[in-house]
Ligand binder design. Structure first.
Ligand code: SF4
Ligand code: SF4
Length: 161
């Protein structure tokens, strides 16, 4: 995917966060912590790996889905991946077929913002995340990636038994 598209999508979020105050204080920045076994991480959008190559805090590993980034809970905010910027939202097609965002099922386990629903998030953050996803979706490779991301997130909505 053309890197300009990626940069525009990342810039759409800029410094916006899910709440006007630092929501990391509510949970000890739970979404930035690795699992007990050191696992967990953020899937990178197409072309994003190149933007992280000189960032010492970012370790990029291959996964079945594609490159995944691990960190130690510390980063340079302006360089954090798109997946971090949109969390706890995830891309989804709306009824009209246009891409939008919804709460990410993977956030259920750790994010206290899930309780108040998407309406509890800063509307400017939700709007910016939607704009970012639509910038990605306008590119064929980007849209194909969104489809895969969405399919993965859907897996977490399935009942366990
Ligand atoms: S887990 Fe949720 S509340 Fe906590 S820092 Fe991440 S987005 Fe904010
Ligand atoms: S890159 Fe930054 S925002 Fe993303 S998980 Fe690591 S510390 Fe958190």
């Amino acid at each position: 995917m053309n890197q300009d598209i990626l940069l525009r999508a990342r810039a759409a979020l800029g410094d916006r966060t899910p709440m006007l105050t630092d929501c990391g204080l509510l949970c000890g920045a739970a979404c930035c912590q690795t699992d007990e076994d050191g696992q967990g991480g953020v899937h990178l959008f197409p072309g994003e790996q190149a933007l992280l190559k000189d960032r010492e805090w970012a370790r990029v590993l291959p996964s079945g889905f594609g490159p995944i980034m691990l960190c130690d809970g510390v980063c340079e905010r302006e360089a954090r991946p798109l997946g971090c910027r949109i969390f706890p939202l995830t891309p989804v097609r709306g009824r009209s077929g246009k891409w939008t965002v919804r709460l990410d099922a993977r956030a259920r386990a750790m994010c206290p913002l899930m309780r108040s629903g998407i309406g509890g998030l800063d509307p400017e953050f939700v709007r910016a995340a939607r704009d970012a996803i639509r910038i990605i979706a306008a590119d064929p490779e980007g849209e194909a990636f969104l489809e895969r991301w969405h399919a993965l997130e859907e897996e977490y909505r399935k009942p366990l038994w």
